[in-house]
Design a protein around this ligand. Structure first.
Ligand code: AHG
Ligand code: MN
Ligand code: MN
Length: 337
């Protein structure tokens, strides 16, 4: 039996401290929580409910969509379009923004999301997640447009992720630290289990897709080589490596025990004119907000990610995040040339 703080209670109590809060934001977060519970239920049932496998379609980024990518996107739209808190939504799985249909009232917030992160893990029953970010829209008079979404990460009102792992968790920041909640399947509520999550400043664990090594930029090659050299190398210590191929799961590990995660710029992406692998508005920015709020750092290599001025909805950026001292070391290697 749980007698803990539910996520709803936590959000309401947190909003009470904000002068002039109308309850709109609390209600929006509740709808997002509901959407994540529905996705969690689908992911848990997997093959039993026929949700695994390919949807035989492509998204705007030319990636083959999985059935769960498409279904999770629909769940998010349905759960969040009706209540009147949002003006528009944007997602990895939709080419353009989704203005709230005229049959519903429109509100002052914007929602971006990656409905299913780590899609390549779905069919093999490895952890996946959902990432979201909430922005405010200042101009309520005109129809929402893509331009409304092009705000730097520093202007996020809230960000979070749901992790569908051995247990389902929700990790959330509203700019006042990071808190983690675990879904109690029996009562259908997220309960506060990880208050005030913080990332250890130092780490001996790194995460990177090493199959891209020959394409990496020089500072990243140098950093990883020094980790691999271990005790005998310039760092004088052995390092451990992990790669789950699901950013949500990697960030969650880093929030739990520290670490550094890198999806850096590489020559293969450069040749294709791509700015990186991960998307700024619904992957890099929300994760950077969470990581910074937990005491970590998040950069492209040279710049703080949350300071970037977005140029387009599906813009990609290099991401290096996690334990502060290691991220700063990689930044130093970039500055050294
Ligand atoms: P998505 O499934 O939403 O497209 O995102 C996958 C991302 C990220 O979660 C993960 O870190 C990375 O892509 C995995 O990349 P590799 O396929 O290179 O391992
Ligand atoms: Mn993703
Ligand atoms: Mn995705």
């Amino acid at each position: 039996m749980h007698n803990g703080t539910t996520i709803t209670q936590f959000i309401i109590e947190e909003q009470r401290r904000v002068a002039g809060a109308t309850g709109d934001f609390t209600s929006l977060l509740n709808d997002i929580v509901t959407a994540c519970k529905v996705i969690s239920n689908m992911v848990n049932h997997g093959a039993l409910v026929g949700v695994l496998g390919s949807a035989e379609s492509e998204n705007v980024q030319g990636e083959t969509q999985k059935k769960l990518d498409v279904l999770s996107n629909e769940v998010f739209l349905q759960s969040n379009e009706w209540a009147g808190h949002l003006a528009a939504m944007a997602s990895e799985e939709m080419d353009d923004i989704y203005p709230i249909p005229a049959r519903y009232p429109r509100g002052k917030y914007l929602l971006t999301f990656d409905p299913l992160d780590g899609s390549s893990n779905i069919d093999v029953n490895v952890s996946v997640g959902t990432i979201f970010s909430i922005l405010r829209r200042d101009d309520a008079a005109t129809d929402p447009s893509e331009r409304d979404f092009l705000q730097p990460g520093t202007r996020q009102v809230a960000a979070g992720y749901a992790l569908y792992g051995p247990s389902t968790m929700m990790v959330l920041t509203t700019g006042n630290g990071v808190n983690g909640f675990t879904l109690d399947q029996n009562i259908g509520e997220f309960i506060l289990t990880h208050p005030n999550m913080t990332i250890p400043t130092d780490t001996r664990e790194f995460a990177i897709n090493a199959s891209n090594m020959r394409f990496w930029e020089a500072p990243v090659k140098r950093y990883v080589q020094e980790c691999l050299d271990g005790k005998e190398g310039p760092r004088g210590e052995d390092f451990n490596m992990r790669w789950i191929a699901s950013m949500v799961a990697e960030v969650h590990r880093i929030l739990t025990r520290g670490g550094i995660f890198m999806y850096p710029m590489d020559s293969k992406m450069q040749a294709k004119g791509q700015g990186g692998k991960l998307r700024l508005l619904y992957e890099a920015n929300p994760m950077s907000f969470i990581v910074e709020q937990a005491g970590g750092a998040s950069i492209t290599g040279t710049e703080r990610i949350m300071d970037l001025q977005p140029e387009s909805l599906h813009q990609r950026v290099p991401v290096i995040l996690g334990s502060k001292n290691e991220v700063e070391r990689v930044q130093g290697y970039h500055q050294a040339g």
